[in-house]
Design a protein around this ligand. Structure first.
Ligand code: PPE
Length: 318
């Protein structure tokens, strides 16, 4: 997936050309991984481009920063407006938006506090994350030999760059062994999440997903799917999931901004359910994409039109 460059990147309140969005090699983030970031999709709807749960993503960015004592120089309203502006200025209809808050150049020291905090927002066109056919056919995944972050090591509620060193180990191991993705267990051996997705298990008509205490990122898509289950009258429970539940589930799917709702057709080469997208996964996908395309009303106020002024109230994400 080659990055398709756009014209502008937002940096500390100004639009700068894509190629000028550079940092010094001794910026704190390079040695010490001190960044927090987001990933937001902007969809083409019948009313024009619209960002999905923009303010909830920006709220999570601020929370990630707060955990790491990084105070954002910008308010949530300023960040939401900047995201709208960057999509509009780059004249994109559907895209992926990447807000980044980093500790910049100043001193080289584990103590980060004397380095400036910088905010960047970029966006670009991005297609299906796990392959074009994944949404329908499902993907083949494995359980990783790498565990997800232990709770008293790196906080998984923060979407921090450093967490993705663990994700990279999971993803590279999976790819090396011929799988599309890996699922990590938490340090107690319960199912946690994929390297870049939350996970859901469907059994006997009920949907289950690991609780935040299983070292998962509080995914915005995860919270949206939980809401859709409630809307559709599908029982939804947050509970610890033993590994073997994955093998005997009727359906398993990933959720994420990039992965959207992607079914799993096998885990560790053991077929899951019917070996392709199951009926509950399809029902949730249909509802999700109907709202995102504007085919169904946006009853939860999930979409921020890129053509209109921003500043909608922030609903708290789970
Ligand atoms: N867990 C992890 C570890 C994770 O990285 C993501 C998003 C999720 C769960 C789902 O969260 P949400 O997007 O709020 O529903 N992963 C990003 C990774 C993309 C990338 O490769 O970079 C994403 O989907 O944007």
């Amino acid at each position: 997936m080659a990055l398709k460059k756009t014209e502008w990147i937002w940096h500390n309140g100004k639009m700068i050309p894509w190629d000028e969005a550079q940092i010094h090699v001794l910026s704190h983030v390079v040695s010490y991984g001190s960044s927090v970031f987001e990933g937001i999709r902007c969809y083409e709807t019948k009313n024009g481009p619209a960002a999905f749960r923009l303010c909830e993503h920006m709220q999570r960015l601020l929370h990630s920063g707060h955990i790491y004592r990084m105070k954002s120089p910008y308010t949530i309203e300023q960040l939401c407006s900047a995201a709208v502006e960057i999509v509009r200025e780059n004249r994109l209809s559907s895209c992926y938006i990447r807000p980044l808050m980093i500790r910049g150049y100043g001193d080289v020291n584990v103590n980060p506090l004397s380095n400036p905090i910088e905010v960047y927002l970029a966006c670009w066109e991005w297609g299906a994350y796990l392959g074009a056919e994944a949404l329908e056919q499902g993907v083949d995944v494995c359980v990783s030999s790498w565990a997800r972050l232990a709770p008293n090591t790196l906080p998984s509620i923060a979407k921090a760059g450093a967490n993705y060193m663990n994700s990279q180990l999971i993803r590279m191991e999976a790819l090396a062994n011929g799988y599309a993705e890996g699922i990590a267990l938490d340090i107690n051996g319960y199912v946690s999440e994929g390297s870049g997705e939350n996970i859901f298990v469907v059994r006997d008509g009920a949907v289950h997903t690991p609780p935040l205490a299983s070292s998962v990122l509080p995914g915005i898509t995860r919270s949206s799917v939980m809401t859709l289950c409630e809307d559709l009258g599908i029982p939804i429970r947050e509970q610890m999931i033993p590994r073997e539940m994955l093998y005997i589930a009727d359906e398993v799917f990933f959720t994420g901004t990039a992965a959207e709702i992607t079914p799993l057709r096998s885990v560790d080469r053991i077929t899951v359910g019917i070996g392709r997208r199951g009926p509950v996964t399809k029902r949730l996908q249909d509802e999700f994409f109907a709202i995102l395309s504007g085919a169904k009303p946006d009853r939860h106020n999930w979409l921020t039109p890129v053509g209109a002024p921003v500043g909608s109230p922030v609903a708290s994400a789970r």
